[in-house]
Design a protein around this ligand. Structure first.
Ligand code: GDP
Ligand code: MG
Length: 357
């Protein structure tokens, strides 16, 4: 029997086996603490279509194995072609509603078909695209709400409809597949020579998806809230009576008021700045916000950007909680890489603080 448990007041020497066990337990506890300090929960939030999943795709390409081979690229063919049908349906609806123009007889049936996207007949897409009335609706695209990728996909229509089409990275970044529920992705990222696990939490952004968000609010290290700059003149996809940017502002406000996030650093991505730049030169922001620069000033990129940025930043009501704004293009690899490098610092600082270092 060992010395443990013997009586008589003698000094008890710890059993070497027990000593080893205690050391092992200490080591495990330290490892656990170390791992906890390395796990970063990054929550992506924002209304539907603002670019959350696109940002995640970029991160998976930069730090993971996403799209490393042709087979995984081919999986996107169906999504991309379905996106083409959806976009064409929007043009057809515009033409149907247009009072000054009629569809030519040879495509009249297709234009009327609300089930265009179910036809799956690629040649129909081509014949519709060739028709000048559809082109006229396309030329007016800045004036109505449509999917962001409309322009990109139509400018590549021949390649996308070809039999031997294999999507490239840009095609896949432009592809839209709506996120349902919550998707967690873990990526290992080296910071100061030390691997850190980044758990990126992507969520569905539409109204009916937002009630699921709260289940992810505990233990969040940092939030990236995305908003699409280019939606200043658009309506919400799930409710055409609501203005998209007002909805985004109101969702951002409620996130800033959430008790879980009083000390959470919030990174604000003013996204889709490429499309915003193109659109603002044509359509003044003054038409949509009374307090925005009006007339020609409202068509000035810098002035309009400053107005939107301030509207979002002014919603932060907690003095020592920082909101870090960035102007972004989630479909652009270099832009995402640069922006993430600055965010990384913010996220790491918070992470070190939360474990008492
Ligand atoms: N041109 C452009 N398109 C973008 C940008 N960010 C996202 N998109 C497109 O916007 C659409 C919706 O993006 P997605 O990431 O699915 O939005 P989510 O609902 O927030 O996940 C997709 O077609 C993307 O390719 C951007 O900065 N510029
Ligand atoms: Mg998504």
């Amino acid at each position: 029997m060992g010395a443990c448990g013997s009586s008589g007041g003698a000094t008890i020497e710890p059993d070497p086996v027990q000593k080893e066990k205690a050391k092992e337990i200490d080591r495990l506890l330290n490892d656990e603490k170390d791992q906890a300090s390395q796990l970063i929960n990054l929550l992506l939030l924002g209304t539907g279509g603002c670019g959350k999943t696109t940002f995640l795709k970029q991160m998976r390409m930069l730090y993971g194995e996403f799209l490393k081979d042709d087979d995984s690229k081919k999986e996107w063919i169906t999504v991309i072609r379905e996106n083409m049908f959806t976009n064409m349906s929007v043009l057809c609806n515009q033409l149907t509603e247009n009072e000054t123009m009629e569809p030519p007889p040879e495509v009249a049936e297709e234009v009327k078909a609300s089930t265009l996207h179910l036809l799956q007949d690629l040649s129909k897409l081509k014949s519709l695209w060739a028709c000048k009335e559809i082109q006229a609706m396309y030329d007016q695209r800045f004036t109505y709400t449509h999917e962001t990728n409309m322009e990109y996909f139509f400018s590549h229509i021949d390649r996308i409809l070809a039999d031997d089409f294999i999507p490239n990275v840009d095609d896949i970044l432009a592809a839209r597949k709506m996120t349902v529920g919550i998707v967690e992705t873990q990526l290992v990222i080296e910071e100061n020579g030390k691997p850190q696990t980044l758990n990126i939490i992507d969520v569905g952004g539409q109204r009916n998806q937002r009630r699921k968000w709260i289940s992810m609010f505990d233990g969040v290290t940092a939030i990236i809230f995305l908003t699409a700059l280019s939606e200043y003149n658009e309506k919400l996809a799930e409710d055409p009576t609501t203005e998209a940017m007002r909805e985004s502002l109101s969702v951002f406000k409620s996130i800033l008021r959430t008790k879980y996030f009083m000390k959470t650093p919030i990174i604000l991505f003013l996204n889709k700045s490429d499309l915003f730049k193109e659109k603002i030169a044509k359509i003044s922001i003054g038409e949509f916000f009374a307090s925005a620069p009006q007339g020609e000033d409202g068509k000035d990129y810098e002035k309009a950007l400053e107005f939107i940025k301030k509207r979002f930043m002014d919603l932060n009501n907690v003095e020592d909680r920082n909101v870090y704004p960035h102007v972004t293009i989630a479909t652009n690899k270099e832009n995402v890489q640069n922006v993430f490098n600055s965010c990384k610092h913010v996220i790491m600082m918070k992470n070190l603080k939360s474990v008492g270092l």
